[in-house]
Structure formats: C-alpha cells, structure tokens
Design a protein around this ligand. Structure first.
Ligand code: NAD
Length: 971
C-alpha cells in the first residue's frame, strides 16, 4: 500500500509546489550551508519587525557577516550595496521571504483565504483553518482571538455551503463530516492558561470558548483543539473533555506521537469517549516542538517528555494508531474516536491503512491531514486512492506567520525530513517504508538530565563529597504534573511558620560571638571534608522537606508557589555547590616544579563570621551566606531579617543537626534573631569579628562598610565585608525585539514577587526611531499594559495568584509614596490601582507602570523595591545603552534584540553584574549564572560562583628550601 502511494505521488503531475519550493534560492543555499541556514532563518524570524528598507538591509548585513557565514554568490553583492541599491536589495530579499511565507500561509484572514479554500475543494481537498497568532499575553488579546474564531465559525459556512457536494470529503462510515473545520489554540483563548491552576484556567477558557462552541454546534462546524507544548498537554486534554462534556459540538483534538506518554494519552481519550458515548476526532501528529521540548527539559533538569530518537516517535505513532482504530465507533450512537492522520510519512500512513484492513474498516473511517504548502503530490495520490484528504491551512499576518514559517523551513531542510528523503533525495522505496522498529532497534540516547552533572561540570567531581558527582542545580517542581502539584498544595496547606521573637539584645549577641570565637580554632582545624558534609547533609534535609519549607516561605514572605519553590531550590544549590568547592582550598597546591624549592599555596578561614540577611530570599540568601562561611571553616553568627526569622530558624536547626552528625565542636553556629539597628549594628562592630557577609539595602550596606573600617586598638585584623546591595535594573527593548518575548520578559521581571527582588526590572528602555509616540513604542506599551492588567492579585498560597501582598505595611507605605511622587511629577499611569479589582487583602500594592519617565524622575532614580516600573524612550540603541548604564546601581540588566551586533555590544558595553539577553533579568541559578553586582550594588564576588568562597579565607604561601648540602631529592 505504501509502495502504491509513493509511486502515485512520485509520478503525480500536478502540485509540484514542494519541488519548486526546494529550488527556491534561499532554501537551496540553506540546505548546502548550515551556518548560512541558521543566520538566514534568524533573519527571517526578525524580518516582520523591520519596518524600513534600511532596517531590513542593516539586519541582513549583520546576520550574513557573522563569523563562519559565507554569503552565497549574488547575495554578497546585495550586502555591499549602498544608496539606492540598498533599497533594491532590501526589496528583493523582502520579496523572497514574503514569497516563501505565501507557500505556507493561505492569506491574512479567512476572507483572504477563501479563494484558496474554494480552489482546494474543487481539487478534491478539504480544509481546516488555523489562525496564526502572536502569543496571547492578555485578556484583551484573548478577546480579540475569540472574535476572530467566531467570525470563522459564523462566516465560512455561508460560502462553503455553496460548494458542490463531494461524498468522499463529507461522509464517513457514521454519516456527515462537516465541511468547515476550524483549529483553535487553547492558549489563545486564555491568557493565563496555566497548569499550576487548572480549574481557573479551564473556567477562564470556557468563558470565551462557550460562544464559539455554541456557534459551531448551530452551524455544524468542527472545532479542533491544537496541541501545543508539553506543559499544556494534560491541561489541554482536560479542557477538551470538559468542553465536550458541557457542549455537544463536533469536536476534535490533536495528539502527539513524539510524547513518551503518547499511548497512555491515546488510551485516556478513548476510554473517556467510550465511557461517555461521545464521538470525537483525533488528529494524530508526530509533534512540532521536538527541539524546544528537548532543550527546555534539559534546562529545567526534568525528564525529557519526547522520544529521543525519531524512530521511536514513528513507532509510537503506529502504536497510537492501533489504539485509536481499536476504539473507532462502528455505528451511530457508539462513543469512540475517529482518526485523522496528520503525517507526510507514507510508511506511517500505510501502516494505518493496513490497520484498517486488518479490522475490516473502510477507507472512509479515517482521513489524512497534511500541511498547506507541503507534500502536494502526496495529497493528490491519497485522494486518487479514495482517501479523504484535508489541508491544515494557516491564515494570518506576517508577524505571527514568521514563527510558523521558520518551523516549516526547519522541518523541510531537516535531515530527518521524510519529504526531503522521499521527494528530493529519492531514497529507495524499501528503505523509506521500513518498519521504524527495525530502523532504530538498539539506538536510544539517554535523557540529557541524567547525564547533566557530568555534561556541564559546573564543579569538578569529588568522590568524597555528596553523591560524588559534579554539582547540578536542583530541578524546580514541574507544576504541570498533577502529582507534584497535589503534593505541593498539601504541604503549603499545613505549613506552619515557626514563631520567633526578634528579641536578642546586643549583650546576647556579644555572648554568641564569644562562643563562636572560642569554637573557632577547633573548627578551623576540622577536616574540610567533614565541613563539606555539613552542607550536603543540610541539603539532604532540605530536599526531603522541600515542599514543607516552600510552604513556610510562602506564608512568611508572601512568595507565590513558584517563587517559594525556587527559593528552597537555591538554598539546596548553595549547599551542594560550596560543599564541592571548599575542601580543595585547604590542601596545599604546589606552584611550579622547581627542584630544591617547594612552593605551596593554601587557604585558612578568617575567624568569626557575622551573616546578616534580607527578607526577600529568606531561605536562599541566608543559607548561601551561612553555608559559605561555615564550609570555609569560619564560625558563624546568623542574624536573619526581622520579617522572616521563621524559615531562618528551620535552616539553623537543620545545620545544627548536621554539625552534630559530623561531630563538630560546640558553638560553631549561633542564631541571633534581632533588630538590625541595634543588635545587628552591634554585631558588625564587634572587634572579634573577622568577616561580615551582608545582603540588603545600600544604606545599611554602606553603614556596615564604614563601621567595619574602624579598627580599635585591641583589634588585630582588618574585617572583610562581603556586601551585596540594591539594584535599579533596566531592560532594553530594541527595535527588532520579539515583542511576544519582550512583553512577558519585562512583565515577569518587573512584577514577579511584587518587584521585591534585587534583580527585578524597574526601568524599561524602549527603542523607537520614530519617537516616543512611534508605532513600535505604542504597540509594546499597549501589549505590556494589557498583559500586566491580566495578572491576578491574591494571597500567595493560592496557586492562581500572580501578585501577592508586599512584605509589610511599612513597605506598602513606602511604595505608595513613590507611586504618588510619579503622579505628582506628571508621569502617565499606564497601569495602576484602577486596573485591578479590590482584593481587601492587607498590604496589597497592584503593579504600576508609568510612561513618559525621564532620567530625573524619582521613580526612575530610586530603588523602590516594589511593583513599580518606569518606562523611558530611547531614539536608538546608543541612547538606550547610555540610559541603561546611567545609574549608580550595577546589578542586573536585560536586552531584547534580534540584531547580532547589538547583542555583542550589550555584552561589551552594558556594564552590569548580570546581563540577560532575550530573556527576563531575574532568576539566576547557582553555578550557572553566578550572581552579584558592582558600583553601588555591591563589593562582593559573585554568590554561587567559583570565587565566592575566597572572600571567607586568607591565603597562605610557603616556600621550603629542600636542598641540603647541594642535594635535592627530585634531581
Ligand atoms: P535591609 O538593609 O533593610 O536589611 C537587611 C538586613 O540588615 C536585615 O537583616 C536587617 O535587620 C539588617 N540591618 C538593618 N539595619 C542594620 C544595621 N544598622 N546594622 C546591621 N544590620 C542591619 O534590606 P532588606 O529590606 O531586608 O532587603 C532589601 C534590600 O536588599 C534591597 O535593597 C535589595 O536590593 C537588597 N538585596 C540585594 C541582593 C543582592 O544580591 N545584591 C539580594 C537581595 C536583596
């Protein structure tokens, strides 16, 4: 059957579009030169944001002159063009890209695509229309999608009803198959489609989807749910079943065979359909986001949800087909699944046809679905064989179209492409039709997370530390996983914040220093591996009670689920990371190989360390500073922030327990919950203190540095201060930025944890050559404003909340005064309290965005430490960099740009401690993004970085003359 179809397709005269497509110059070059392909596709992705011919030319030159890229003949001339020729070159390339887009995208909207749909029908091919769209980041955008879907569902029917009848296309073994078939993306109808809060996501989705399903039911239109990223998979299945249970419309859903859960997912839908007596269509596809899923899983340290090998996906496809065919309803009134095959792979299709035959089912029981602009020969061959063929037809504007286009281009030029093999490379038929199981047997790569510690080697392995493997970051919870979600929820519910009074007096603090001082010598001389074990034991205890600790953080500091989970993970990371770096510092290292001279270097601890921590990372920062001081052999007095002593107490108890387990001397670690102004101030002034590790505000940090510089007569050393202070971090949104990414990146960096992160974005610099009222600036602001208004305010322990109360009434008062100052100074309040429902929750300060800020605006200059963002305009990238750098704080910064030279310039010229490109500017990970700033942001070396521990030790060197009477053993 496969051979027949392949032969028919290969000999088909009509619709040779794919051949033409491959002959297209850009594609031809792309297939010959990988470096060219990468840069070209990136340029294509940026293209719609380039509003003038100059910008087009400028970016093209930029991409094509990247290292390792050789522009093909013809294009190199265009790149060198100047004056009028420049415009011409830009026009040519624009034409090429638009042409390519038209191969895959049928029109800008349904009306525009109608002639194409009519033509397809005449050729014997049905359709499913898909709306291409930008990421839906706000309720306003979700409303706009709803209107467009409604338009399709109401209006396509009228035209389509005039078409000639075609039994092959509109009848299956059960009866009528709707002519109009519309694909929807669940996430486009719900801006906060978020697996962390499934019930509210489904409810919000249904609000907008209900009228669409009602209209579909009335008009006899089939609505197909597309399947997006894996994180949405379970929620999409639940949403689909919920919608079908509630409304009786013709429903379909796409399912992906590249998921390891494919067969289970298939069974789940089939069981549900049979149980409820519902008939639905499943479009079985291989899956479009394989690279993303693989990369994302590795970044998160999670098991990879997709098969690592292509043959496994092909095999899973065939397995899923069997499940669906086994559950195909055979007569009206029976529940089950009708199968649509979304594949261009003749082997996969033939296997399904063989499955039909084996079950005595007719060809009409299934349909074939293929993408518009691809595999036309195959479509016609299948139609000739009597199959119902449907095209998946995207419609939409250029900007959203590009992401789709790039996916198609990548697919078409991939070495894995079946179409390329079948029609370009003319691979042998038998080879093409081989059973995937035979093809790949024995070939299976491991998931990347399993080998991540060794692959990345963030620290060297040391068989005497922890699990003997290199350090790797603790994976955060995957809240898309119902099990993890439920466990977390239960833990948060019962979490109790220990009651701790901040009542330690300066005298008590002095007594603690005495004890720490007395314990120092023994701890200094303790086995460094024993000290490292204190940290790995502590990490183990925290890991065992991760969710419970997160629950305490959530309740004590108002961190939402994800933020609280991240806080705990970071604390574990600090322990595991420093444990692996410390022991090596205390063995002597020989310098050089001189004969008769032994040169050695090693380190010793400094003495008593005082740790003073802030409330905003109540576990992570307190734990990181304490762990670093302890593991390097210092004895430690910890003074946590007054707002969050509860979680600090738990950390202290874990560490004390670990110290006991390794047999540490008494008095090594002391806990001193107390007011900063009195007891904290006394602690840092005690002459017996050797090192102070502080993280907090600039005012307190500078005061500590000054106090530490005072050396009374009886103090025999100079104190070292590790001091991490504030930030006023800027994100630049360049003219070529991907706005989907920039809007969410800026919003989340500014308002996650209510802007109370030292790394939070509080200045946003938008480049628009057309001026502050330019199109780009306006579009960005509109989307950012709407996306921000969509955030949900609520208590931190409610998973649905995005923004919770700020830390206390004093903070709320300060932030509100800054907000008032912005109003008084005449700034425009793009988003403010008026845009959110009243919650009645104490200390709730909703997100605020002010536009029209200048460098002198108070909210632009001062660290506010709350959810307030100042937006300022820059006419070009030079000015943006000048503005970004024009601040005393140098902590984090971000740039959204798709211009390679701007990325390079940012790295060189945007002078901050932590720079983030094309992502948000918060969320640094231990070992991966060592964290800390300079300028007024701090005088420490980076926390979670390879040099951090150096600050807690003094180096010692020794030179021994090993020559005796002219003789040295090594000669
Ligand atoms: P804060 O300076 O008010 O308090 C920090 C700690 O210092 C608390 O434990 C407090 O009790 C103590 N303290 C207060 N006065 C003191 C004194 N006179 N002597 C000794 N100790 C004293 O800061 P905060 O409000 O807890 O935290 C927010 C600040 O921390 C922000 O400015 C933020 O940018 C900064 N921060 C910086 C980093 C970083 O890595 N650079 C990380 C987190 C927070």
């Amino acid at each position: 059957m496969g051979t027949k179809m392949l032969d028919l397709a290969r000999n088909h005269k009509s619709g040779l579009l794919s051949k033409q497509f491959y002959q297209d110059k850009i594609m031809d070059w792309s297939m010959k030169d990988h470096n060219f392909k990468v840069q070209m596709f990136r340029f294509v992705d940026a293209f719609p944001a380039l509003t003038t011919p100059d910008m087009v030319h400028d970016h093209l030159v930029d991409y094509m002159t990247q290292p390792g890229v050789k522009a093909p003949p013809g294009m190199d001339l265009a790149l060198k063009a100047g004056g009028v020729a420049k415009g011409l070159a830009a026009k040519t390339i624009s034409g090429q890209i638009t042409g390519m887009a038209h191969n895959f995208i049928a029109g800008t909207d349904a009306a525009d695509a109608l002639p194409m749909l009519t033509k397809l029908w005449k050729q014997g091919i049905a359709f499913s229309v898909d709306l291409l769209g930008e990421a839906c980041v706000s309720n306003a955008e979700a409303d706009a999608y709803q209107a467009k879907y409604l338009d399709l569902v109401e209006n396509l029917v009228e035209t389509a009803s005039g078409w000639e009848a075609n039994d092959r296309l509109e009848r299956d073994h059960l009866g009528v198959v709707p002519r109009v078939n519309v694909s929807i993306k669940v996430s486009s109808l719900c801006a906060l489609f978020n697996p962390i809060a499934p019930e509210s996501s489904i409810a919000d989705f249904m609000e907008r989807a209900r009228p669409i399903f009602d209209a579909a039911k009335r008009n006899g239109v089939l609505i197909n749910f597309d399947m997006e990223h894996f994180a949405f998979k379970d929620l999409t299945l639940d949403t689909f079943m919920h919608a079908c249970d509630e409304i009786d419309f013709e429903a379909g859903i796409a399912m992906q065979a590249y998921l390891k859960s494919g067969v289970d997912d298939a069974k789940r839908i089939c069981d549900w359909a049979q149980r409820t007596g519902r008939v639905v269509t499943v479009r079985l596809v291989k899956g479009a986001y394989w690279d993303f899923e693989t990369i994302h899983a590795e970044q998160e340290g999670w098991p990879c949800p997709v098969w690592n090998e292509k043959w496994q996906t092909d095999q899973c496809f065939e397995e899923m087909v069997k499940v669906f065919l086994d559950h195909c309803p055979t007569k009206a009134g029976e529940g089950g699944v009708k199968l649509a095959l979304g594949s261009h792979n003749v082997r996969s299709i033939a296997a399904a046809l063989a499955g039909l035959e084996a079950r005595g089912l007719g060809m009409e029981t299934i349909e074939l679905q293929m993408l518009h602009g691809m595999a036309d020969q195959l479509k016609h061959a299948a139609a000739d064989m009597g199959l119902r063929v449907r095209e998946y037809v995207p419609v939409g504007e250029m900007i959203p179209g590009m992401a789709y286009l790039v996916r198609r281009l990548l697919e078409n030029t991939s070495n894995e492409s079946w179409l390329k093999a079948g029609f370009m490379d003319n691979v042998d038929t038998a080879m093409l039709l081989t059973d995937p199981a035979n093809k790949g047997a024995g070939i299976d790569r491991q998931d990347l997370y399993m080998i991540a510690p060794e692959r990345h080697e963030l620290t060297p392995p040391d068989e005497r530390v922890g699990n003997a493997r290199p350090f790797y970051t603790e994976p955060m919870r995957d809240f898309a996983d119902a099990h993890q979600r439920r466990m977390f929820e239960a833990a948060v519910k019962v979490a109790v914040v220990p009651e701790v009074a901040n009542d330690h007096t300066p005298e008590q603090a002095g007594e603690m220093i005495t004890q720490a001082h007395e314990a120092f010598d023994a701890w200094r001389d303790f086995d460094p591996y024993g000290r490292a074990r204190v940290l790995t034991l502590t990490a183990g205890m925290m890991r065992a009670q991760r969710d419970e600790l997160a629950g305490v953080v959530c309740k004590e500091s108002n961190k939402t689920w994800r933020e609280a989970d991240a806080d705990v993970c970071e604390a574990i990371d600090f322990c595991e990371y420093y444990a692996r770096l410390a022991p090596n510092m205390f063995t002597s290292h020989r310098l050089g190989r001189f004969i008769g001279e032994l040169d050695e270097l090693w380190y010793q601890p400094k003495g008593v360390a005082v740790v003073i921590s802030p409330w905003n990372f109540p576990l992570a920062i307190c734990c990181g500073m304490t762990a670093a001081a302890l593991v390097t052999g210092n004895t430690v007095v910890v003074k946590p922030a007054e707002q969050t002593p509860g979680i600090a107490k738990i950390m202290f108890e874990f560490m004390t327990n670990a110290l006991m387990q390794v047999g540490a001397p008494e008095g090594v670690l002391q806990f001193c919950p107390s007011p900063g102004e009195t007891t904290g101030a006394a602690l840092v002034r005690d002459h017996r203190v050797g090192v102070i590790a502080f993280t907090g505000s600039k005012a307190v940090g500078l005061d500590i540095i000054q106090a530490a510089a005072v050396t009374p007569e009886d103090q025999l050393h100079v104190k070292r201060v590790v001091c991490e202070m504030g930030g006023k971090n800027a994100i630049i949104v360049d003219a070529s930025a991907d706005l989907d990414e920039a809007v969410l990146g800026v919003r989340n960096s500014a308002f996650a944890f209510q802007g109370q992160k030292c790394s939070a974005c509080s200045r946003c610099i938008v480049v628009d050559p057309e001026g502050p009222n330019g199109q780009r600036m306006q579009l960005f602001l509109e989307r950012l404003g709407e996306a921000t208004k969509t955030l949900v305010l609520g208590r931190a322990d409610n998973p649905n909340s995005d923004v919770s109360p700020v830390i206390d009434a004093e903070a709320a008062g300060n932030i509100n005064r800054y907000i008032q100052s912005a109003r008084d100074e005449g700034l425009t309040e793009l988003v403010g309290v008026k845009d959110f429902p009243e919650t009645g929750i104490e200390n709730m300060v909703p997100p605020h965005i002010f536009t029209g800020a200048s460098e002198d605006s108070t909210i632009y200059r001062q660290e506010i430490f709350g959810p307030v963002l100042a937006v300022i305009h820059a006419k070009d990238f030079d000015e943006a960099l000048r503005l970004a750098n024009g601040h005393m704080y140098k902590l984090t910064g971000g740039v959204f740009t798709r211009k390679p030279t701007h990325i390079d310039r940012s790295k060189r010229e945007f002078r901050v401690g932590n720079l983030y490109i094309n992502r948000g500017c918060t969320g640094a990970l231990v070992g991966r993004q060592p964290f800390g700033g300079f300028g007024m942001s701090g005088v420490g070396s980076k926390a979670g970085g390879p040099e951090y521990l150096m600050q807690f030790v003094d180096p010692r060197a020794c030179c021994e003359n090993t020559m005796r009477r002219g003789f040295a053993p090594e000669l």
